[in-house]
Structures are given as structure tokens and as C-alpha cells.
Design a protein around this ligand. Structure first.
Ligand SMILES: Cc1cc2nc3c(=O)[nH]c(=O)nc-3n(C[C@H](O)[C@H](O)[C@H](O)COP(=O)(O)OP(=O)(O)OC[C@H]3O[C@@H](n4cnc5c(N)ncnc54)[C@H](O)[C@@H]3O)c2cc1C
Length: 322
């Protein structure tokens, strides 16, 4: 890695500004470590795309996703965290301080907390990339408004698919959920809400093999996985919610990844490299929630504080229970 002229040394560098990253920043900031958070392309992470979060404690009436992450950020900044609108492009974890190259420069970090989260998985069918932004979407909150009184399809059968499908009924005339199995994977309450919703229909045992359109989407080509039959289903929009993959490519070869690309940590959020911790969905294929990601972020920061106390020449004052 070439050393750029604008290089900054920090005690704690947090990569990612979702619930995990901002919670890590809060804890590190309260230990007077002045953490820097690299926000990446999505300030606030996935939850900022969500309309309402109803399962984060402390908000009995629910809270907007954007509002929640704004509060996370404000709280971390109050204690000295700094959020930078920059993205890590390359890391060198072979020695401390760790070197993290970004679009705008370079950081030398005594400890690193990786909270780069996950991004939606694409269908990888013809028409998908060509029509993205012209009817194909991965975010109902961002794009639902464009489908007022239109017919849309949602691809998937898990929590995200149903949550987003129900959200789309605010705008769309009809929402058809296309699922490759004959049963949903989503939680029971969500299933009930979706199945009973008058605007929502289901197409079972079917996969999308092509998205059809020119300037805009006009149909999806479906294949019934049981009968093999193909058919075209007219639609104005295609919302794809079939899972996520972890944003961990830049750590490949330097940190241990599992077979799906998730960072491997022990239960104290340690990676194999001392001083490098991972938190949230980048290291969590199981829970994938705001509260669990935030909890992992806090835990990673507490471990980073201990690490600095043990390794830095001048021990930092522990503020974990301040
Ligand atoms: C539509 C939807 C609805 C949801 N609803 C709920 C809900 O109601 N309740 C709930 O508990 N959970 C919900 N979730 C899940 C929740 O949003 C996630 O579990 C949580 O956001 C994960 O937090 P995270 O910090 O690990 O990662 P993410 O939120 O994925 O954030 C990752 C961060 O890393 C940054 N980043 C990535 N790569 C880089 C890089 N190279 N350099 C710098 N930064 C980088 C990104 O910009 C982003 O800021 C929902 C998710 C979705 C998609």
C-alpha cells in the first residue's frame, strides 16, 4: 500500500456507520478515545432504509429507521466520535498500527472495529441490472413512492420480503409476493399480516428467470419450480429481498472468513488479528437485528478499550461503566 500524504493516526477506527459501528463509536468515545467512524456509502447502514423499527427497546411506539441512526450518531458525537464520509478501500493488518486506505486518504489505527454490515443479494437474471432504478429496487422505503397506484412484485419469503411488501401497500395498487417455496420463512406475526392484507397476493413455488422491460419494467418471467411451466406476470416494479451478503471482501486473505464470507470472531468479538474486532452483520449470519448488531458493536469497543489498556504505552482510563 502506498502511503498518501494525508495520513491520520487514531486509537480506534470504526469501519461502518450502521448500528454496530455507531454503538462501537459511542463506547469508544466514552472512553475518551476519539474514535473515527468511516461511514461508507450508506450512513446509518441498512436500518436507515427502514420506515419504522418496532423492536428496538426504548421506543414503545416504534421509531423511524433514519431517526434511530441519527440518534445513535448524535449520541456518539456528543462524546467525541467523528463520522467521516469516506470508505475503506484497502487494509494492511500485518502490523500495528493497522493501515486503512480510503478514497480520501489513509488512517493508521491502533485498533480497528469492523462493522461493514451486509448488502442485498441480487437475483442475477437478465434485465435485473439493466432495469435497476427503472423499476427494479432493493429498497421499498427509498422507491415505494414511485409506485403509487401501480402493481409491484416482491421476490422473497423471509422477514424483509414481507415487511417490505406490507410497506409497499401504502403506495401500490397491488403487491404480489413471489416465493420459490410453498411456505414462508418469515415470522408468524408478519406472515399473518401479509396473508390477511387485502392488497397482497402470493405466487408460490416460483422463481423469476427474467425481468422484462425497456425504459421501465413491464413484466417478470416466472418459472414454476414444481411443474416447470413458464409464464409472464405483468408488473410495474420488482422489489428484491432474497438475503444479504457480508461486506467483507477487503479483509479476504487477512482475516478469517466463513464459507459465506462472514468474518469469524470469538464470542468477545476478536478476530484472529489482535487489535482487530468485528461486530454486527459483517460477522453475524444468525441474528441480523439492530439490537444484536448494536450490542456486538458495544462489546467490540469494550474489547478494543481493554486491548489499548494492555498494549498502549499510556494506558487509557477505562470508561466502560462511567
Ligand atoms: C429493509 C430492512 C428492514 C429492517 N428492519 C429491521 C427492524 O425492524 N428491526 C431490526 O432490529 N432490524 C431490522 N433490519 C436489520 C438491521 O437493519 C440490521 O441488522 C442492522 O442494520 C445491521 O447493522 P450493522 O451495523 O451490522 O450493518 P449495516 O446496517 O449493514 O451497516 C453497514 C455499514 O458499513 C458501511 N460500510 C460497508 N463497507 C464499508 C467500507 N468499505 N468502508 C466504510 N464503510 C463501509 C455501510 O456504509 C454502512 O454504514 C432491517 C433490515 C432491512 C434491510
Amino acid at each position: 500500500m502506498e502511503k498518501p500524504s494525508n495520513s491520520e493516526q487514531v486509537k480506534v477506527l470504526v469501519i461502518g456507520s450502521g448500528p454496530a459501528g455507531l454503538s462501537a463509536a459511542l463506547y469508544a468515545a466514552r472512553a475518551d478515545l476519539n474514535p473515527v467512524v468511516l461511514a461508507g456509502m450508506e450512513l446509518g447502514g441498512q436500518v436507515s432504509l427502514t420506515n419504522t423499527v418496532e423492536n428496538y427497546p426504548g421506543f414503545p411506539e416504534g421509531v423511524g429507521g433514519t431517526q434511530l441512526v441519527e440518534l445513535f450518531q448524535k449520541q456518539a458525537e456528543r462524546f467525541g466520535a467523528r463520522v467521516e464520509f469516506d470508505t475503506a478501500t484497502e487494509v494492511d493488518l500485518s502490523q500495528r498500527p493497522f493501515r486503512v486506505q480510503t478514497y480520501n486518504g489513509e488512517y493508521l489505527a491502533d485498533t480497528l472495529i469492523i462493522s461493514t454490515g451486509a448488502t442485498p443479494i441480487h437475483l442475477d437474471v437478465p434485465g435485473e441490472s439493466e432495469l435497476t432504478g427503472r423499476g427494479v429496487s432493493y429498497c421499498a422505503t427509498c422507491d415505494g413512492w414511485f409506485f403509487k397506484d401501480k402493481d409491484v412484485v416482491v421476490v422473497g419469503g423471509g422477514d424483509s420480503a414481507l415487511e417490505e411488501g406490507i410497506f409497499l401497500t401504502r403506495y401500490a395498487k397491488s403487491v404480489t409476493i413471489i416465493h420459490r417455496r410453498d411456505a414462508l420463512r418469515a415470522g408468524a406475526i408478519l406472515q399473518k399480516r401479509a396473508i390477511e392484507h387485502p392488497k397482497i397476493k402470493f405466487v408460490w413455488n416460483s422463481v423469476v428467470t427474467e425481468i422484462l422491460g425497456d425504459e421501465a419494467v413491464h413484466a417478470v418471467r416466472l418459472k414454476n419450480v414444481v411443474t416447470g411451466e413458464t409464464s409472464d406476470h405483468a408488473t410495474d416494479g420488482v422489489f428484491i429481498f432474497i438475503g444479504h451478503h457480508p461486506n467483507t471482501q477487503i479483509f479476504d486473505g487477512q482475516l478469517e472468513l466463513d464459507e459465506h464470507g462472514y468474518l469469524v470472531t470469538d464470542k468477545l468479538m476478536h478476530t484472529k488479528v489482535p487489535g482487530v474486532f468485528a461486530a454486527g452483520e459483517a460477522a453475524d449470519p444468525t441474528f441480523r437485528q439492530v439490537i444484536t448488531s448494536a450490542g456486538m458493536g458495544a462489546a467490540a469497543a469494550m474489547q478494543a478499550i481493554h486491548f489499548l489498556e494492555e498494549h498502549a504505552e499510556t494506558p487509557v482510563e477505562s470508561a466502560i461503566s462511567k
